[in-house]
Design a protein around this ligand. Structure first.
Ligand code: HEC
Ligand code: HEC
Ligand code: HEC
Ligand code: HEC
Ligand code: HEC
Length: 422
């Protein structure tokens, strides 16, 4: 609306210039002066009636209604109305989304209407560091809803912005940017189930007998009968439309619909074209449901060159603790090798728990620093073993393992176990 008024003013000025220059310059200057004032006025009005200001005052009112503590009330009342921004050069993030989405980290707004709702992913992710567009895409700098989301009200992407905000059912596309483990076979992550289902389909881990990599290469795995899909998601809408035939796509003709409908029925979307010697596709109709096709489409979109700096990549624990944890989990895994760990003889349980297997192996499991103990019972009887553990200093390496100072009961148990290994 304001844009139209401004355009109108400019046109009046131009016409005035053409028609009044030689006739009535005083009137012309008057028009210029008034227009200048009006334009200035409009910018001020536009600034002070900005959409986000409204959301901020509403948010303040909503908070005041919930709060009782007079001290806190005072703080809330004095909240300045201003633009908020999350900036992170390393991630290329300049996001002003929180200028409107003010309650993303305020748990008392769990059921509030948008844009005031508490965010479901707030506990696992530090928004102040990673921003919003890292997961949602969109135009971080913009401060009007349609521009920020880079979508019109009906969902159509706006022009000149290559990565419009994902619809909510596509946000998972961004998880593997940091959770790179999602491309590995057995890793699962809460909230990224769509990604892992689709991954399992592509890698043949499904009960449908499907394996995409018999034809396609994905991240270095697979064959070359069909296009390499490793960077499928890097194409912009424009690039995609340049390189794909869109005419067989029903409804909206865009990258999502092409990919989705191609999963439902590949030969329908790529039937070939004798005029340009293009063969019909050999990609079979797998009979995917709409949900599966959607999940696969999202997964394809996630296949991009990853440029997330290492320090933002998800690693279950920071590096220092990781070493310790790796040992612990190794032990846990070792315990898991025995489905019936609890029913093992107490001496054998101790052998596992006391890390003896770091250095010794029994029946092929364990380290090689110490002797293989598979048949130690042939060489040493229970007495000899007890003597060995009573004076750990006998074997210098054993002094390293503080756990070798067993109680008499434990000495008895572990000696009995080892003596039984004949
Ligand atoms: C000018 C205020 C404003 C800004 C800036 C803004 N939003 Fe929104 N957002 C809204 C409003 C209002 C809604 C609810 C109505 C709607 O969906 O259009 C909303 C809804 C959403 C939704 C839910 C959409 C859905 O499909 O239900 C998401 C996700 C979202 N915004 C993300 C973002 C991200 C990411 C940014 C920054 C790039 C952003 N918003 C910037 C006002 C804003
Ligand atoms: C780690 C990824 C991630 C980040 C970072 C992130 N979001 Fe989201 N967001 C999601 C996911 C996933 C959903 C969809 C949840 C669902 O399916 O209900 C979502 C949903 C939303 C919604 C819809 C309401 C809801 O909670 O379901 C809004 C609005 C929203 N996000 C805004 C933001 C804003 C603003 C920021 C930045 C402060 C942000 N998000 C940062 C992943 C993220
Ligand atoms: C900017 C990088 C980034 C993106 C994008 C991201 N995550 Fe994370 N996520 C992390 C990091 C880092 C942690 C570990 C946080 C911690 O331990 O403090 C984490 C932790 C989690 C956790 C907690 C579980 C655990 O094992 O610690 C869940 C669940 C999770 N993310 C889900 C998601 C989902 C779902 C998405 C996509 C919508 C997503 N993440 C996108 C970086 C990211
Ligand atoms: C029998 C071989 C074969 C199998 C199996 C197969 N495809 Fe294809 N696929 C093709 C061929 C050939 C093309 C190129 C022609 C076309 O677009 O249909 C193709 C095209 C594609 C495209 C479009 C690529 C582009 O850049 O235009 C995607 C995406 C795709 N396949 C994904 C998959 C997925 C995911 C699976 C497993 C569920 C799969 N394909 C299984 C042969 C196969
Ligand atoms: C840091 C490595 C290390 C750890 C941990 C370790 N050992 Fe040893 N162990 C050795 C070395 C080295 C020897 C002496 C040289 C050899 O036998 O190879 C030895 C010798 C032995 C012997 C004598 C074997 C023989 O044939 O002479 C027994 C029995 C034994 N260890 C049992 C244990 C038990 C039980 C534990 C766990 C409580 C354990 N060890 C933990 C390194 C280790």
């Amino acid at each position: 609306m304001i844009e139209k008024v401004v355009a109108g003013i400019l046109i009046v000025n131009l016409l005035g210039f053409i028609f009044l220059w030689n006739r009535n310059q005083n009137l012309l200057y008057a028009i210029f002066a008034v227009s200048l004032l009006a334009l200035f006025g409009f910018t001020v009005v536009k600034e002070f009636t900005a959409e986000w200001r409204g959301y901020q005052s509403t948010y303040i009112h909503m908070q005041l209604e919930k709060e009782k503590d007079p001290e806190v009330l005072k703080v809330i009342e004095s909240t300045p109305i201003r633009i908020y921004q999350i900036w992170n050069a390393e991630l290329g993030v300049t996001d002003r989304c929180i200028t409107c989405h003010l309650a993303v980290d305020n748990p008392s707004f769990k059921d509030a209407p948008e844009p005031f709702r508490y965010h479901s992913a707030a506990r696992e992710h530090e928004f102040a560091k990673v921003g919003c567009t890292i997961c949602h895409q969109g135009q971080g700098r913009a401060t009007e809803t349609e521009h920020a989301h880079a979508r019109e009200k009906d969902g159509t992407p706006i022009e000149h912005w290559d990565f419009p905000m994902w619809p909510l059912n596509m946000v998972q596309v961004s998880c593997p940017k940091c959770h790179i483990q999602l491309y590995e076979k057995d890793y699962n992550l809460k909230g990224a189930e769509m990604m892992t289902t689709a991954r399992d389909v592509t890698l043949g881990k499904n009960d449908m007998g499907i394996e995409c990599t018999v034809c396609h290469t994905i991240k270095g795995v697979g064959e070359v009968l069909a296009p390499d899909l490793t960077e499928y998601g890097d194409k912009t809408e424009h690039e995609f439309e340049q390189s794909h035939v869109m005419k067989y796509v029903q409804g909206k003709k865009n990258m999502y619909e092409w990919t989705y409908q191609h999963f439902i029925d590949p030969p329908k979307i790529t039937p070939g074209d004798p005029a340009i010697h293009m063969e019909p596709t050999i990609m079979p109709v797998f009979g995917f449901t709409p949900e599966q096709s959607h999940a696969l489409t999202a997964y394809m979109f996630s296949l991009r060159v990853n440029n997330t700096p290492v320090k933002y990549v998800y690693a279950p624990l920071p590096p220092k603790q990781k070493v310790a944890a790796a040992r612990v989990s190794f032990i846990v895994d070792y315990e898991k090798q025995f489905a019936n760990f609890d029913q093992l003889p107490p001496g054998q349980q101790l052998f596992i728990r006391a890390n003896c297997w770091f250095c010794h192996s029994i029946n092929g499991m364990g380290g090689k620093i110490g002797k293989d103990l598979t048949h130690v019972g042939q060489k040493m009887d229970k007495k000899a073993l007890e003597a060995l553990f009573a004076t750990p200093g006998k074997i210098p390496r054993h002094q390293l393992g503080t756990k070798l100072s067993f109680t008499p009961e434990q000495t008895d148990e572990i000696s009995a176990y080892l003596a039984s290994l004949k």
